[in-house]
Every structure is written in C-alpha cells, then in structure tokens.
Design a binder for this molecule. Structure first.
Ligand SMILES: C[S@@+](CC[C@H](N)C(=O)[O-])C[C@H]1O[C@@H](n2cnc3c(N)ncnc32)[C@H](O)[C@@H]1O
Length: 291
C-alpha cells in the first residue's frame, strides 16, 4: 500500500491505494470495505469522495487509515476495526467482548415482531445471550409498548449492550442482568429470544479467521454437538415464559430438525420457522410448554 512519507496526500489517491490493495488480496467486497474504511476514518462522506477527490488529507489521518487497512488485510472485519456495526435500523457499537451481529440474525427479529402481533400489550421480552443488544434493542425500537431484559454471562458484553441501549434512547425500557441464560428469570415473559453459541467445539478451528480469531469464544462455543445452550434454554423455558409465551431461537440451518426435536423433548411446541436471506431456515418459534 501507498507510503505517504509524512506529506499531505489526496483523498482519491488514498482511496484508490486501499481499494487496490484489498482487490489484490482477494477480499470478497474490496470496494465496499475500502469506501467504509476511508469515509469513517477520514470523516468524509461518500458524496465528498466523489465530489472532492483532490482534497488533502493530513499525514496522521492517512497513517491511521493505513493501519486500519493493514488490520483488514490481516483478517479483521470492517465492523471490528471500526468498532461498530449496522443491524436492523440500529448502529451498534461492538467490543472485543461481543459477537459482531450478523445480518442473518435479523431473521430472529422478524419472527419475534410477527409473534408479538398476537400478544396483547404491554409486552415483556428477554434476550438470552444479549451480546451487543442487537436482537433486544431492535425489537424494542419497533415495539414502543415493549420492555426487555438482556441477559449475558459476560459482564463486559452486558456493559456494551447497556451502552447501546443508551445510545438509542432505550435505556428506560431495558434492564441488563448477568445470568446463566434464563436461570435468574421468573415466569413473566411473553417472549424470550436467543441467538446462543451454536458452533460445535471441534468446528471452531475450521471457521473463517475473521470469526475464529476475533469473535469471543464464549459467543461461539456450543459444546460437543453445538446444542448445549439449546438444552439449557429449553430446560429453563417453563420457568421464564408466561402461559402462551413464545421462545424464538436462532439456529444453524443444518441443525433445524435436531433443534426442533430437542425442543419437543422439553415440551415446547414448534409453531414456525423462518428463512434467512439465503433461503435457509435460521430461526424457529416455539410455544411455551403446556403445564
Ligand atoms: C452468538 S452470541 C449472540 C449475541 C447477540 N445476541 C447477537 O445475536 O448478536 C451468544 C452470546 O451468549 C453469551 N453467552 C454464552 N454463554 C452464556 C451463558 N451460559 N449464559 C448467558 N449468556 C451466555 C455470550 O457471551 C454471547 O454474548
């Protein structure tokens, strides 16, 4: 990549050098990645990039961009490098202690909002393994009558979720609790959502480096068969859901039938499944066990 030798350098030259380096390295979306890094790091809009390509950039900013581009080439995602990620309609801050929210997790939000149309307000929602708060905060941003509890075993993830709630003016409708999934909850919830860790331990090493080396292990590891956390959450369902309450979980599409069978073993009723944008089953909606 371009060395600038301590001199001011033109915006267009910087942008082109980052884009070319990303293309040559075979990154999947080099142009988009370069544009995001350049606009966010240099504080310019995409429109300025086009309208004012000869604008001069100070050496310290150019150096910062260079370091971030190197991190991308070393395998970090743009979201991790910038410390933020767009999810649903929210701009979420991520930290080394939180999973970077994925677009496919929006399937859980869609299924949750559909389920909430059948529940009389006010509604109480819990998100088990809340991470950045992606699922819970998206639901609350759409349903102004809902309140929610975000649960995580990681105190540092909880802090990040609470900060994201503040940033989106949702702090007064949220509470964050450290717990082993639903262990600390009472049976008062209309809806429980969860995107639990579901990668089988032995498969973690085969993951893309962007995930394996940067997402927290605690957010990925689902035990020997990847199903440990589902078993825990399903076992807890009866002691956190109200009568007619719903449990909606994200799944690995390949594990759809196994997860539904496991849920049935715990008395949960399979109500619906939803596909992600690649047409694979990504979330299942389950009815509270009949007592
Ligand atoms: C796959 S991440 C999901 C994060 C976020 N909900 C999302 O969808 O982006 C799983 C989360 O579960 C949390 N977690 C792992 N084990 C847990 C446990 N025993 N109890 C509660 N949370 C747990 C992790 O810290 C992590 O934040």
């Amino acid at each position: 990549m371009l060395e600038h030798g301590g001199h001011e350098i033109e915006l267009q030259t910087l942008y082109t050098s980052v884009k070319n380096a990303f293309r040559e390295a075979g990154l999947p979306t080099p142009d988009l990645d370069a544009r995001l890094l350049v606009t966010e790091t240099l504080g310019v809009s995409t429109a300025q990039l086009i309208a004012n390509p000869r604008r001069k950039i100070a050496p310290d900013l150019a150096r910062e961009l260079h370091e971030k581009a190197k991190a991308r080439l070393a395998g970090q995602s743009i979201g991790r490098i910038l410390g933020r990620r767009a999810f649903w309609s929210l701009d979420l801050r991520v930290s080394p202690h939180t999973l970077e929210p994925r677009p496919e997790t929006e399937t859980v939000v869609e299924l949750a909002l559909a389920a909430l149309t059948e529940i009389a307000p006010p509604v109480l929602v819990a998100d088990l393994g809340v991470g950045t708060g992606a699922i819970l905060l998206s639901i609350l941003s759409e349903r102004l009558d809902a309140r929610g509890v975000g649960v995580d075993v990681s105190e540092l993830a909880l802090r990040q979720a609470a900060r994201n709630a503040e940033r989106h003016n949702l702090a007064d409708r949220t509470l964050f609790v450290q717990s082993d999934f639903g262990a600390a909850l009472a049976p008062v919830f209309d809806l429980v959502v969860s995107n639990p860790p579901y990668i089988a331990t032995a498969d973690i090493e085969q993951l893309d480096a962007t995930v394996r080396d940067y997402d927290p292990r605690l957010a990925l590891d689902g035990g020997i068969d990847g199903l440990d956390c589902y078993r825990t959450v399903f076992r807890q369902a009866g002691s956190m859901l109200r009568k007619n309450g719903r449990l909606i979980v994200e799944i690995d599409p390949r594990a759809h039938d196994i997860v539904v069978d496991e849920a049935a073993r715990h008395g949960l009723i399979h109500l619906a499944s939803a596909d992600d944008l690649s047409g694979r089953p990504r979330a299942v909606s389950l009815g509270a066990p009949r007592s």
